[in-house]
Design a protein around this ligand. Structure first.
Ligand code: NDP
Length: 434
């Protein structure tokens, strides 16, 4: 904590991993040698830079940009860019750290990174968003590349923004290699990449349910958020027969007891992805109920899928979900549950999947996009989806292998942390003290 003052999110992510690792390292002391843990919690490189751009009124705006290159032990840095006013070093260091283990879990050769800016895309015109993206890349371009660091989208960064940044990157580097994933289909994007994080989260939850003899069919599901991850989590849960009763954003929650339908989801996508509106606008258009200032966790469900942002599910929310009989919680977002909330789920033996396992489908499919670009090929939808499912099943199996409790249940937090750590740590030990 003394080395990282004012970085509570980063310390939270490190504490969670270290709690899982202590017993494992006690049994395997080689992992405490060569300063391995001290090196693992220090990003290899952190870049912070000024981003200046001109808004529609002709005024100069100054934002701060970052890239955290956490670990290249097993491959090029890989992780998304986030544009949100809350962005600071801590808000990016925590997912960069988590990303390192997550990427190891996918079995693909990708290191961990994260980046972004305190730029707020809300209310900005398309022209302003483009000029900001170009200004951001005019500095970041010297630090990224197909074999060094490959960013993607995250909160506030979707296909439109990735397109603008890819264009500027090509112009400055005079190269057309794969420097972003999440690209449009016409310039190297992969089918299923937009769907991958949400689908993957549901595939992971499906594995957890199946292991205990259940399926999604007929279950009630709550989803938080209404962005990229949330939308495709809703779609896949519906396709597996679940009734999805909530979506949300930072202003409140839509509760729809009839459950989502493909038509309602299309409406939500129109409002969020094309009109850049709010879930309250969606509620108005579909005449569903919108509860301002409320999170989804008070609604009685069998499965909860937090897909919005960090620390959106706190201890009291977890207690309410448990009281209402929740069976399974799978994180689509990064670190949406607080440490205390996770303890509540674990004490109640709720099936709980941490984001670094259950939301790894996004980065895994980004890895598949890199492979397709390198081969100058694009795989059909069914092939990418089948590989995504296979990767999620593999991550689930790794968690089961490393997360067995004495009572036969699975601690997916320990399982994911240990499985991811072993791969990164072995790679670091083999490459010496660097
Ligand atoms: P989007 O920007 O598409 O959507 C984010 C959603 O979360 C919006 O509904 C947004 O509402 C809500 N949200 C953001 N900040 C807050 C907040 N402070 N309080 C309440 N709601 C908030 O982002 P994504 O769907 O891409 O990302 C969602 C989560 O998933 C993030 O944690 C991200 O790191 C994680 N993730 C994303 C991956 C991807 O492939 N995109 C991969 C792996 C993880 P509002 O509009 O009101 O801000």
């Amino acid at each position: 904590a003394a080395r990282n003052p004012g970085q509570p999110e980063f310390l939270q992510a490190v504490s969670e991993v270290m709690e899982s690792l202590w017993p494992f390292i006690g049994r395997h002391p080689k992992y405490a040698e060569h300063g391995l843990l001290d090196r693992l919690v220090e990003p290899e490189r952190m870049i912070s830079f000024r981003v200046c751009w001109v808004d529609d009124r002709g005024d100069v705006q100054v934002n701060r940009g970052y890239r955290i290159q956490h670990s290249s032990a097993i491959g090029p840095y890989k992780g998304g860019l986030r544009f949100h006013p809350s962005v600071n070093a801590s808000i990016l260091k925590f997912p960069a750290f988590e990303q390192t283990f997550k990427n190891a879990l996918t079995t693909l050769p990708m290191g961990g990174g994260k980046g972004g800016s305190d730029f707020d895309p809300k209310g900005k015109s398309p022209g302003e968003v483009m000029r900001f993206c170009q200004a951001f890349i005019s500095e970041l371009f010297r630090h990224i590349g197909g074999d060094t660091d490959v960013p993607a989208g995250d909160i506030g960064v979707g296909g439109r923004e990735v397109g603008f940044m890819t264009g500027m990157m090509k112009k400055l580097s005079n190269r057309a290699d794969c420097v972003f994933t999440g690209k449009g289909l016409s310039f190297g994007g992969s089918l299923i990449r937009p769907e991958a994080t949400g689908y993957g989260t549901v595939y992971f939850a499906q594995e957890m349910l199946q292991r205990t003899g259940r399926s999604f069919d007929g279950l009630r599901v709550s989803v938080s958020g209404s962005g990229n991850v949330a939308q495709y989590a809703v779609e896949k849960a519906m396709a597996l027969g679940a009734r999805v009763v909530t979506v949300s954003d930072s202003s409140g929650t839509v509760v729809d007891e009839d459950g989502f339908s493909p038509e309602k989801l299309a409406e939500l996508m129109e409002v969020k992805n094309h009109l850049y509106g709010r879930v309250s606008d969606y509620a108005e258009r579909t005449r569903s109920r919108f509860h301002a200032g409320i999170r989804p966790w008070g609604v009685k469900v069998d499965v909860a899928l937090p897909c919005a942002t960090q620390n959106e599910l706190e201890e009291e929310d977890a207690r309410t979900l448990v009281k209402n009989g929740v069976l399974c919680v799978a994180e689509g977002a990064n670190m949406p549950s607080t440490l205390r909330a996770v303890e509540v789920f674990e004490e109640a033996r709720v099936l709980f999947a941490p984001g670094k396992a259950s939301n790894a489908g996004g980065v895994a499919t980004s890895g598949l996009e890199m492979s397709q670009n390198a081969m100058r090929l694009s795989w059909p939808r069914e092939e990418v989806d089948a590989r995504l499912l296979g990767i999620m099943q593999g991550i689930h199996a790794a968690c089961v292998q490393h997360g067995q409790r004495d009572d036969g249940t699975i601690d997916y937090v320990d399982g994911a942390n240990v499985a991811g750590f072993v791969k990164v740590a072995d790679a670091m030990l083999a490459q010496g003290v660097i």
